[in-house]
Each structure stands twice: as C-alpha cells, then as structure tokens.
Write a protein that binds this ligand. Sequence first.
Ligand code: BGC
Length: 359
Amino acid sequence: MNPAAQRGVARLLAHQAASGAFPACPTFSQYPYAWLRDSTFIAYALDRSGEQQSAARYYRWVSGVVADLEGQVDRLITARRQGERISETQFLPTRFSLTGEKLQDDWPNFQLDGYGQWLWGLGQHLTLSGTQGLPDPYRRGAEVTLRYLQQFWQEPCFDCWEEFPYRWHTSTLASIFAGVQAMAPYFPAYEPLGEQIRTFINTQTITEGRLSKFIGYPVVDASLLWTAVPFGVFGVDDPVFQATLAQIERELLRDGVHRYSHDTYYGGGSWVLLTAWLGWVYARLGRREEALDLSDWVRAQENEDGLPEQTQHVLLSPPYLASWTERWGPPAAPLLWSQAMQIVLEQELHPAPMQAGTQ
Ligand code: BGC
C-alpha cells in the first residue's frame, strides 16, 4: 500500500471506538459523533485496504443500532398508513453517539442518504471479505432499514450536506437506490423498489440533459458524482453523467472541488473528499493523469493531524468564513471521511493485486 494510504488507514483504525463506530472528526466540537454517511465510506476504505475485521465491527455496530430502532420504524409506517402527520423530528437520525444513542439536539437530522449508503457499504463489505450470504448479525438491521426506505424514500428531506430541507435530492435518491440494490440478493422482494427509484431518478432529476442538485433546481452539486461512482445509477460513460461531470468541472473544480456554487459553509472552500472523489471518477474513466494530479493535490493538504474537511485557498463566499470560524473554530481536521476518500483514490490508482477489479 502506498505511504499516504498507509498513514490514512492507521489514522482511521486509531479513531475507531470500542463499539465499532467512527467519529466524523475527533477534534471538531460539532463532529465527535458517528454519521452513517461518513462512517460507511470509512469502513469502505478499510475494506479496500484489507482491514475487513475493523469494517465488520462497524457493520455489526450499525446493524445493532438500527435493529433497535425497529419499534420507531413500525410506528412511523403505521402513522403514515393511517394518514397521520409526521414531523421531521420523528424520523430516524442521521448521526449517533459512539455508543449508539440518539442525540437530543436540534441537528437537521432527517437525511435519508446515510440509510441507503450503509446498506450499500454492507454489500461491499460482504463482497470484499468473501462472505457468502448475509450473516445473522446484519440481517435485522438491514431488514428494518429496507422497510423504512421502502415507506419513505420519496419523502423530501435534508441533503447529504445537511441543508436544503423538504427537497428530493438526486444524490440521496442514488444512495438509496444503491443500498436497496446491494441488499436485493438477500431480500429479493425489494428488487422492484430499486428499479422504481432508478426510474424516478431518470424521469425527475434530469434537466437539459444534466442531473440537478435536487428536483426543480437545475444546478450541479459535486455529490452528483456519486450517481455513477460508486452508486451505479449511471455508467461513467452515460451522456447524462458526462454532461453533469463537465458542468461540475467548469463550475466547481477551482483549486480542489467545491460542493456547489453558492456554498457559504466556512466560506465555501474546496472539499478534500470531493476532490479525491473526482479523482476516483477520472480513474474509472481512464483519465489517469488527471486522477494523479488530484491525488497530489489531496496529499498536499495533509498536515501532522491528517486531512481537513476543506481548504480555504479558493473561497466561493469569502465573507462567510469569519462568522463560521467565530462560531465553531477552524474547519474540521482531521476529517476521517477525507482520509477515507484519499485511501479509496490511492487504492484505485495503485491497486494491490487483491483489490484489482473490485468496486
Ligand atoms: C457535512 C456532512 C457530514 C458532516 C460530518 C457536515 O458538515 O455537510 O456531509 O456528514 O459534516 O462530517
């Protein structure tokens, strides 16, 4: 494994809690918790690096946590079927304490993407660890999640950046699609749901040949990269994905990759994890030189603590940097999800023989 990936793996392992969970950032005041989204990509990076035992501890943890929410899921499904009003705060949370408790705060919790992503990650884990079938410890958590997603996948929610509530977000839909599809071999009854979501994405989220950040808002967001890599709603060569990618490159690749053009969070800097993601897409497209350039850029952002969430060399909304810094201190670092995406890119560019050809 190359040294950057090796350092990254050591950092991820060092921060895994006894429960199996991973904090988003151990030092940033707002991020000492486990987000399904961040943690799944952390586990995926570990799976791709031969650290399946550590990934298995994460999936056992998350399966148990979600299985314990079964009563809440049943109540939500009954409430919906009886036509009762459900408030946003009644849905399942986006993040947990490292011991699996729900947090009592006013975080914008209703985000569905992580529930799709952890199922997708579990599918990857089973493949990369050569596990046959779906072992019991994962079964109930996966089944509860599928039931929840089947009932609520079309519910408008916050996006993967925890913003823009009450919208249908393309990358959220793609995440749910991938999770449902990954579990279909073990729960064949859910296969049609995957196809239903794919059709919805194809018919509702494309405007003028490009994917929209959310339905009715034809603007790109770098999370649209996920629709092809790794979630496979589109092939990397698909004209819709190609047109979306070209727009992301034009608008959001400035220094590193930004989230979307009106981003104000910490001034709207370049996100390390998204820059690595674009490198991953380039690698899949055979655009190796550009992927290597981005991996160099990512490496250059590392300091002794690791990789930050974002860098402030080019800001899309400079006046906002000071207010966020006053509120929460400097941007999160090390962000374990950034570290994870660097590992994925490095593995993609310099695969160890056992990883060749894996997704
Ligand atoms: C990001 C989320 C992320 C969370 C924890 C937020 O600022 O927008 O995508 O899951 O931080 O890293």
